[in-house]
Design a protein around this ligand. Structure first.
Ligand code: GLV
Length: 328
């Protein structure tokens, strides 16, 4: 019997590709080209499965042009690149890669918070530019992290990981806002206090964004929200581009309305709003929160394992939707 054909839409670890090749006929993209929607649709022709990253959009148009498609496995925990209702309607299973990246991403959230509050990249640029000629009492004086109040917007697994680090490692006061409240046990474990979004923004020294992107969470932080924050506050976005209105943030940073921001994700990335590039009180990283070798390997393997499990056993490991019809 011939192997089912799948598309691996971006470059991944060769050993993961090899493990897929044992089960599937694989078309890969080790050159790591970023295909247009039309090219992705064309490459999907004849494929029953695909492994994607957050950069490939799976929408009704692509699904309509590929009625043979049965499953798409995303190598990301976020899945705003998937139109899940359209996939369900088309009988296409969707999966993501939760859990394997939780702690690594929480580590990065903390790293970005520290770099932002303690002005690490800004001061390194100063040093590299040869401007460091003497010690000064207030040189790159930043904001305190230990003992400060961190407000976490979005209290899923990664938000909870950040809360634990903040409360237990840095003695911070933790407030949070989320669509649903945590159980009393989890709140106690994270030492986190549930507050309204408004109270969180008004009282936090550091605001950490970990909400999933959706139409409802678009511009969760815009000009009105930035106006509520303390002038000394920092804002960290490790969630998704579009959660923050980047133009409004660049204005607030330039005007000193908040002290600083740390951003790993951007509206329209990999493009970065030009006004953000002009301000010095922002730390910018290219969407790398989950990027350790171990974790990216685990994400790729989980995405691959999802495909194998679905096509060989009819059951994915971490599915995002439920289908009525038969599996593979
Ligand atoms: C990365 O942004 C992810 O969603 O895994």
């Amino acid at each position: 019997m011939s192997k089912p054909s799948i598309l691996v839409a971006r470059a991944i670890f060769p050993e993961v590709l090899q493990s897929l090749a044992q089960v599937f006929e694989v078309e890969s993209n080790q050159a790591d080209e970023v295909w247009s929607a039309a090219e992705l649709t064309r490459r999907m022709q004849g494929k029953v499965g695909a492994l994607t990253t957050g950069s490939e959009r799976i929408d009704a148009m692509l699904l309509q042009a590929n009625p043979q498609l049965k499953m798409v496995a995303n190598m990301a925990v976020g899945f705003n690149n998937f139109d899940v209702p359209a996939m369900t309607a088309a009988g296409v299973l969707a999966s993501n890669t939760p859990d394997v990246l939780t702690e690594t991403t929480a580590d990065f959230g903390f790293a970005l918070l520290m770099a932002t509050a303690r002005r690490i990249t800004e001061s390194e640029h100063f040093l590299r530019a040869g401007h460091w000629t003497k010690w000064s009492y207030d040189m790159f004086a930043g904001a305190e992290v230990h003992g400060a109040t961190i407000g976490i917007l979005g209290m899923g697994r990664i938000g909870q990981g950040i809360a634990r680090r903040a409360a237990h490692g840095f003695g911070m006061n933790v407030t949070y806002n989320n669509r649903s409240r945590l159980s009393a046990d989890l709140e106690a474990e994270c030492k986190a206090r549930y507050v309204t979004k408004e109270e969180l923004l008004k009282t936090a020294d550091h605001v950490m964004l970990v909400v999933p992107y959706s139409a409802e969470s678009h511009h969760t932080i815009g000009a009105p929200e930035l106006a509520l924050m303390k002038r000394t506050a920092t804002l960290v976005n490790i969630a998704r581009g579009g959660i923050v209105d980047d133009a409004a943030l660049a204005k607030a940073l330039a005007a000193g309305q908040i002290a600083a921001a740390g951003l790993d994700v951007f509206e329209g990335e990999p493009k970065v709003h030009p006004e953000l590039l002009k301000v010095s009180n922002v730390v910018l990283t290219p969407h790398i929160a989950s990027s350790t070798v171990k974790t990216r390997r685990a994400m790729a393997q989980l995405a691959a394992d999802n495909l194998v499990a679905y096509f060989t056993k009819g059951q994915a490991l971490t599915p995002l939707n439920t289908l009525n019809g038969a599996a593979a």
